[in-house]
Design a binder for this molecule. Sequence first.
Ligand code: IMP
Ligand code: MG
Length: 189
Amino acid sequence: MKQHPLAKEILFTDKQIEQRTKEVAKEVKAYYEKTSDSENTLLVIGLLKGCVPFYQTFCMNYEADLEMDFMVISSYLGGTKSNGEPKINLDVNSSVKDRDILIVEDIIESGITLDYVRKYLLNKGANSVKILTMLDKPTERKVDIQPDWVCYSIEKHFVIGYGLDYQEKLRNLPYVAICDTEKLASWKW
Ligand code: IMP
Ligand code: MG
């Protein structure tokens, strides 16, 4: 696999992520089989754009019925630090009232984005709101929120690839890597 020059260290390859996501998809399915009314089809809401590769991998490995929807929340403004004020740029299309909702996210850092979205959906009358994230940086939390399912917990690194961007680029790398932030200052795209 060719490594992008801004990728300092590959943490997880697409094959590893797929394997891990399959395991997690089984756990999620088992949970909803136990707790949810079978007529209440799971609504899986992806937070664009970072969720895209992981959302696809998860949904293709979720062996039960689901419905798809998306939201766009901005909080990162393209840099490497969260500014802490989420804003809904695109709302869900589906009615969320009485639905069981699974939010699918690329990464949780401060938790501010997910805390906001979770409360927003509960206020709109969702029956339940659970959180699945590909990556978690648990040491960086600023609000008290725990994802329900996590593929990988990582240290405090700025990571790129498999949906994660630096200034909207690098989302298409087929792996998650630690970004070489020293190179960014003088980087020419
Ligand atoms: P939070 O609100 O601080 O939890 O931030 C969550 C959002 O910040 C994620 O959905 C990502 O879009 C972005 N983010 C957090 N950490 C990283 C990273 O290491 N690389 C790229 N984006 C990140
Ligand atoms: Mg995101």
